[in-house]
Ligand binder design. Structure first.
Ligand SMILES: [Zn+2]
Length: 259
């Protein structure tokens, strides 16, 4: 048996529990009897995580769900395997359904040919879709679903009291989940999602990568300002909404005269 190392009452994170970095953050939320996982990570670490859960004295039959925060391979490659071991429903935003059920290797970043990344992406059935404002009830605990698109179009955050399981919206160093058109990034939506987090009264952010941290309004403001800049720069290609340099150049081209 393992001694439980909860972050907060009813919340265990498997990397923190293990004491080493297994992969993306995998949150186990539980009440007295039931539990669910928020993200699962890569397929090759599923057995290790399930064994830890067993040793933490959670009956495997009491798993009430596997929530995908979004459909990127590092969060969801292990879902098909975990679903078959735990016999629990997969829960995701509807924007993630097609990607998960087809095992889309480009949208999940399992296939990045130019970087020689060629990962398997086992398709997995989504049993339940959730959208903003829905709740996921776990005995006495209730998770409030936030749809926070930006990093991907399917990105979810889950509020539990004054905790926000915040997905890839923002990390402790102020960085954000990768902005890339291939998995549906939308910088304007990202800014709105960050503004929503900033304007909320949550106290703690529990991100999907790296350490948890107190909600920090200055960090959020700086991150939002940085993303606003990206809207008008070429840095993220088609994710920008305008590129003022080209307007300037249009004027200069029209006005150019031989010296
Ligand atoms: Zn991620």
């Amino acid at each position: 048996m393992l001694q439980r190392r909860p972050l907060f009452p009813g919340v265990i994170e498997m990397n923190h529990q293990a004491g080493w970095r297994i992969g993306c953050n995998v949150y186990l939320v539980h009440d007295e009897r039931q539990w669910l996982l928020v993200d699962v990570g890569y397929e090759e670490t599923v057995d290790e995580i399930v064994e830890m859960i067993r040793q933490l004295d959670f009956p495997l039959s009491a798993c009430s769900g596997l929530v995908a925060t979004h459909a990127d391979v590092d969060h969801i490659q292990g879902f098909a395997k975990a679903r078959s071991i735990l016999k629990a429903p997969v829960i995701a935003h509807r924007a993630a359904v097609e990607t998960l059920e087809s095992g889309d290797r480009v949208r999940t970043f399992a296939e990045i040919a130019a970087q020689n990344v060629h990962l398997p992406m086992p398709p997995v059935k989504v049993d339940t879709t959730v959208d903003d404002g829905d709740t996921i009830t776990l005995g006495t605990r209730t998770l409030e679903v936030w749809h926070t698109p930006g990093h991907t179009d399917s990105q979810l955050a889950l509020r539990l009291g004054d905790l926000l399981l915040s997905g890839d919206n923002i990390f402790r160093d102020g960085s954000v989940g990768a902005i890339d058109a291939h998995h549906g990034s939308d910088i304007e939506a990202f800014i709105r999602s960050l503004e929503r987090i900033a304007g909320s009264d949550v106290a703690w952010l529990l991100p999907s990568h790296g350490p948890i941290f107190r909600k920090d309004d200055r960090l959020l403001a700086a991150t939002i300002a940085r993303l606003r800049g990206y809207l008008r720069l070429a840095d993220f290609g088609t994710c920008a909404t305008q590129w003022p340099l080209l307007d300037e150049w249009d004027r200069e081209l029209a006005e150019w005269q031989a010296p």
